[in-house]
Design a protein around this ligand. Structure first.
Ligand SMILES: [Zn+2]
Length: 214
């Protein structure tokens, strides 16, 4: 997917339609809105309905109504469309799947077939020893033929980034150079057993499991 975006400010607000609009979320929306309008940028509304069990249309409608009541309007969103749609996460699966395929093909990511119980044990062992939990990269060593066979058989697999060894330095506008990693086995996981996105920050290592929210 390639979308030509001008180098202007793009901010997005991504509420989860699992309940009514939280006041803290309203604050975030307001600040994003004001920043976008101040900079002549674009304010995007994307509905984060990845929690299929708890997301409801009526909550989405109520949240949009509350945002309008606050006097906010958005340039792109599920109700107004835009060049980067669809604007509901649940409708973006095909795009994520294509991107995941590109990551696998380029070697930037690899398949992990570890069952949840094993990951729980790894985390527990790390906590018991006072270490930060990290995935041990066991599945990185699987033969390509075995990976292909298991994927073809439809075995659930998560996608893990094959992060290069060494430190990762992120230039943060406020905090300056932020260094993440410092271990040769730093990995973070993305994507999903379920075909939907699972995201973790480097700070939280590989421990987040979609769709649980922490
Ligand atoms: Zn694994």
């Amino acid at each position: 997917m390639s979308i030509a975006l001008e180098s202007k400010v793009r901010v997005r607000f991504a509420p989860s339609p699992t309940g009514t609009l939280h006041v803290g979320s309203a604050r975030t929306a307001l600040f994003n809105y004001l920043y976008a309008r101040h900079c002549g940028g674009v304010f995007v509304l994307r509905v984060d309905d990845t929690d299929a069990a708890r997301s409801e249309d009526r909550h989405e409608e109520a949240i949009l109504e509350d945002l309008r009541w606050l006097g906010l309007d958005w340039d792109e969103g599920p109700d107004v469309g835009g060049p980067c749609g669809p604007y509901r996460q649940s409708e973006r699966g095909a795009g994520y799947e294509a991107a995941a395929g590109e990551l696998l093909a380029s070697g930037a990511a690899y398949s992990c077939f570890c069952p949840e119980e094993r990951l729980v044990e790894l985390r527990a062992a790390a906590h018991a020893e006072g270490r930060t939990p990290r995935y041990d990269r066991r599945c990185l060593g699987l033969p390509a033929a075995e990976v292909a066979r298991r994927r073809a058989a439809g075995e659930p697999a998560a996608l893990r980034f094959q992060v290069p060894a060494g430190d990762i330095v992120v230039e943060d506008l406020i905090r300056g150079a932020v260094v993440v990693g410092r271990t040769p086995s730093a990995t973070s996981s993305s994507s999903a057993r379920t075909g939907r996105p699972r995201t973790t920050s480097p700070r939280s290592s590989t421990t987040a499991t979609w769709p649980s929210r922490t």
